[in-house]
Design a protein around this ligand. Structure first.
Ligand SMILES: Cc1ncc(COP(=O)(O)O)c(C=O)c1O
Length: 483
């Protein structure tokens, strides 16, 4: 009997390049159209001219492997220059050192791992290491703790979503190995009080990581046009490490971030060396084995090309667009901006949740906008990118219409995605939410037959009806519990 054709199996005979490229174009039609400016996160695209330079640089280093810095000395030079330029931007001193990594998450994983190793050497009595962070910290810290066997203690933030140093201090104990905070946090663009947390770090002799993955290449240029920001980088004495992503507002190719340490006393703990491998002595500076040279070359090329003046000019444009967006939102009485954002990130909700913010979100989505819904508080996230600058007026028009629609249709809060996201944010059983999200990933990765052209990738939205089923069951239980 003939074997059933498995659509995802390797083709017996290879396909011509044209066919492959045609298929790629076809498949891309199902992706978000980020060039249209309707998308407010994930793609930090400057313009086509800059992209051409990045692609050239990436292509030139396409086949290189920075696993071996002795074989690729040019990459070693570029990495050290990217690190030095970033350190200069963030007021590092002559002893500041660091490495590049594949992204913000890897930089944070590395910083947490390094602090754990540093603590092992410097505080050998710690058996159950803990890190102390504000609730708004990026989940990369939870991931790091999960992977490296640490616990995360999260301190509440104030009504403006800023870390409260006193609350963080209350969580410090003999197991604490590091503090971390954001400059700024992703969800609401809030700059934590870095000087006060730095003072805490000094008082308790703890390392302190500032996550400036999203702000590291933006805040230095926001400060100069006049916005008064308190120090948030290596100018603060207690700060021992920082992360800043070249693939965000550094306008590098995806796969490029920098992790910096105040001195080699920390960085040396990041390195991994294995001496017994039959293949030879194996040394690696970051988490990956093979390291693609293209991302390093593109980061170097992009930074050298833009220079201070380039970054400053782009930041000015983005901050002006953010000001216009903010002003337009403030003219809509029902809309309230969350906290006091420090850069080109705005998140908004509705006053007293009237009308329902997720009904507003649904309407915007129907109008073709990509909408990032958030929780604690229920809100919508906007990072203003160069692609969004031309569409600010258009977005504000649609937002006004969305608010009017949500006011006229309060019943919509109990339907579709509005109900789904509203409930998800409030469900007290986070374990149950986690299990269901895990199931979505199991479904996504568990399909062994369907080809990519036909496979529907699940998302909470696609899975909406199923989610509604279990959410309603939980609600029923809660109601019963209340008698
Ligand atoms: C503040 C902050 N930290 C960490 C990260 C993680 O970065 P990446 O997605 O590159 O791993 C992000 C991503 O948006 C971020 O905004």
């Amino acid at each position: 009997m003939e074997k059933p054709v498995n659509k995802s199996s390797l083709p017996k005979k290879g396909l011509p390049s044209d066919t492959i490229l045609g298929q790629l174009h076809q498949m891309q039609r199902s992706d978000v159209d980020w060039k249209s400016g309707r998308n407010w996160s994930t793609v930090y695209h400057l313009d086509e001219v800059h992209d051409r330079l990045l692609k050239e640089a990436y292509g030139q280093y396409f086949s290189t492997n920075y696993l071996n810095p002795f074989a690729f000395k040019s990459l070693q030079k570029m990495e050290s220059e990217v690190v030095a330029m970033t350190a200069g931007m963030l007021h590092g001193g002559p002893a500041t050192v660091g490495t590049m990594s594949s992204g913000g998450t890897e930089s944070i994983l590395l910083a947490v791992y390094t602090c754990r190793e540093w603590a092992r050497e410097n505080h050998s009595g710690i058996k159950s290491p803990e890190i102390v962070v504000p609730q708004t910290i990026h989940p990369a810290f939870d991931k790091a703790a999960h992977l490296f066997g640490l616990s995360v203690r999260k301190a509440p933030v104030d009504e403006n979503r800023r870390a409260i140093p006193k609350k963080m201090e209350a969580l410090i104990n003999k197991n604490t190995i590091m503090l971390a905070a954001s400059a700024p946090s992703y969800p609401n663009g809030i700059l934590d009080p870095i000087p006060e947390i730095g003072a805490l770090a000094e008082k308790h002799h703890l390392p302190f990581h500032v996550d400036s993955c999203i702000g590291g290449f933006m805040l230095p240029w926001v400060e100069r046009p006049g916005a008064q920001l308190h120090p948030w980088d290596f100018q603060v004495p207690g700060v021992t490490s920082m992360s800043a992503d070249v693939h965000k507002f550094g306008y590098g190719a995806k796969g490029a971030s920098v992790v910096l340490y105040r001195s080699m006393d920390f960085l040396k703990h990041q390195f991994f060396i294995s001496t017994g491998f039959p293949g030879g002595i194996y040394a690696s500076a970051t988490l990956a084995g093979t390291r693609p040279g293209g991302a390093i070359a593109a980061a170097w090329a992009g930074m050298k090309h833009l220079g201070e003046e380039g970054y400053l000019a782009i930041a000015k444009k983005l901050m002006e667009a953010t000001r216009q967006l903010r002003q337009g939102m403030e003219e809509i009485p029902e809309i309230s901006i969350v906290g006091e954002p420090c850069m080109n990130i705005l998140s908004y909700t509705t006053r007293g949740n009237h009308p329902d913010i997720f009904v507003v979100a649904d309407f915007l989505e129907e109008k073709g906008w990509m909408v990032d819904r958030q929780q604690n508080p229920d809100s919508v996230h906007l990072t203003v990118m160069p692609t969004n600058v031309p569409v600010i007026g258009w977005y504000l028009e649609d937002l006004k219409a969305a608010v009017a629609h949500a006011k006229a249709h309060p019943e919509a809060a109990a339907r579709g995605n509005a109900a789904l996201y509203g409930l998800m944010a409030r469900i007290p059983f986070r374990g149950m939410v986690e299990r269901n999200v895990r199931q979505i990933l199991v479904n996504m990765y568990g399909t062994s037959t369907g080809g990519t052209d036909e496979r529907e990738v699940s998302s909470p939205i696609a899975e909406g009806p199923k989610w509604m089923g279990w959410l309603n069951r939980i609600l029923a239980c809660l109601r019963k519990g209340r008698g």
